[in-house]
Write a protein that binds this ligand. Structure first.
Ligand code: PHE
Ligand code: NA
Length: 453
């Protein structure tokens, strides 16, 4: 049981929450994962399903999670336990909290590896070592960067340490301050690259690829991937947004903050697509080249543009920052749970979490070198962490959350906490009761059906 109920820390204001939640949402998911998944699942059709999922599932779930966090005043485990107790429902529902907390931690275990790529490419940009490389060289450089476990592990260790240092400093000093200048910087960088892309010769192809809807490209696997990515990109069902919501002052509007975060996240993803795909098509690369996509394509664009090295450096600084403001949000649930329940300091909680994180993320990092043949059903440990969280835990956790919000908790709980106008509340209720659960179930069952044929 916690003793800090009356004095739980709070953001300095609504803006602090918006910044931190946007910092959590906008990350490698937008700039690294969204483009390469769009490439893998065929473009426009994937983008359309993704956008539909953001609207019909992502936004209602985010509103619910912020309300759960603020009402439950704690990490997902504590918040769900309080909420179901308050409504006199089965404590079994707090399984949702455990799953969310685990999910955030599992994501972090592979996220630090990708964040490590961003830092190592920043270093390559600074040292100028990518200059003059051809398309084939870029693939070889990406491969070589992965092949050496000391190199790759060094970078992911750096990310782990930085994450734990920021989290250890606490909500206002660490998290709020570091996010408030990162977002605008990222947007400026993307705009510059889009403008360059317009003149690079690949822009028309990029537009067609991203926005031309071709129903035959719409595999049920791709639909599940798009839905999972909607959860991932908005930091949902992983404890991050819920725990950040627990620091939200009572008077802040949940509806407006959710919309701000969702719109910002979606814009950054689409802008990243518009910045990256021109470089891919202009250089004759394949859009489906997988997780290395941005690291192989963007340096080519920087090479060709005026002041390319400078822009490249700025871009990878922004990418690294975007990664850090997300990674800190993934451990916040665990750290907050430990400080509230285990009687240890925030700093102690972040370092102990960091040690476990380091061990597991090192195993994920080894997927790219000495562990390259440790596979199960054809997937590495790194892939499994991604697959289990995005395709399974987040959609199912999200389903549980909308059912809890829509049917299980006493009706006045969510209504009071959300504080929406009657009409908007009715819309939210309709979404969490029918649209989101049915959407999740249909996509899920559809994908299972295909998998078993
Ligand atoms: N939303 C982050 C991104 O798009 C990833 C994330 C997932 C952050 C889950 C927190 C929790 O990069
Ligand atoms: Na995101």
């Amino acid at each position: 049981m916690t003793t800090n109920e009356p004095s739980r820390t709070q953001w300095l204001g609504r803006w602090g929450f918006v910044m931190a939640a946007t910092g959590s949402a906008v990350g490698l998911g937008n700039i690294w994962k969204f483009p390469y998944m769009t490439g893998e699942y065929g473009g426009g059709a994937f983008v359309l399903v993704y956008l539909a999922c953001i609207l019909s599932v992502g936004v209602p779930v985010m509103m619910s999670e912020i309300a759960f966090g603020r009402r439950g005043r704690g990490s997902p485990v504590d918040a769900f336990r309080r909420l179901v107790t308050e409504s006199g429902r089965s404590p079994l529902w707090s399984v949702l909290g455990w799953m969310a907390m685990l999910c955030g931690f599992m994501i972090l275990c592979f996220y630090v590896v990708v964040a490590g790529w961003s830092f190592s490419y920043l270093w390559k940009m600074l040292s100028g070592s990518l200059a003059g490389s051809s398309v084939d060289d870029m693939a070889a450089i990406f491969g070589a960067n992965n092949a050496n476990p000391w190199n790759l592990g060094g970078w992911s260790t750096l990310v782990t340490v930085l994450t734990m240092v920021i989290v250890g400093k606490g909500v206002q000093g660490g998290i709020e301050r570091s996010t408030s200048w990162m977002m605008p910087g990222m947007v400026v960088m993307l705009v510059i690259m889009i403008i360059y892309g317009m003149f690079s010769g690949g822009f028309a192809d990029a537009l067609t690829f991203l926005f031309a809807f071709n129903a035959s490209e719409l595999s049920s696997e791709g639909m599940l991937a798009a839905m999972g990515h909607a959860f991932f990109t908005l930091s949902l069902a992983s404890g991050a947004i819920l725990t950040y919501g627990s620091y939200l002052p009572k008077h802040a509007s949940i509806g407006r903050t959710t919309l701000t975060v969702a719109v910002a996240d979606t814009l950054v993803a689409l802008m990243a697509g518009l910045a990256i795909f021109p470089a891919i098509f202009a250089n004759g690369m394949q859009p489906d080249s997988g997780p290395g996509l941005i690291f192989m394509s963007l340096p080519l664009a920087f090479q060709a543009m005026p002041f390319g090295q400078l822009f490249g450096i700025l871009f990878f600084i922004m990418l690294a920052m975007a990664a850090l403001t997300s990674s800190i949000s993934m451990v916040e649930a665990t750290v907050s749970w430990l400080t509230d329940n285990a009687g240890i300091s925030r700093r102690g909680a972040s370092w102990s979490t960091g040690i476990v994180l380091w061990v597991i993320s090192t195993l994920a990092m080894l997927s790219f070198n000495i562990g390259s043949d440790w596979t199960l059903l054809g997937m590495h440990f790194f892939d499994w962490l991604d697959y289990l969280t995005s395709r399974l835990m987040m959609p199912l956790g999200g389903l549980g959350m909308v059912l809890l919000a829509g049917f299980v908790l006493n009706k006045h709980v969510m209504r009071d906490e959300l504080g929406l106008s009657p009409r908007v509340y009715a819309l939210w209720l309709f979404m969490v009761r029918y649209v989101s659960p049915l959407g999740i179930l249909v996509i899920f069952i559809n994908a299972l059906g295909v998998a078993s044929v």
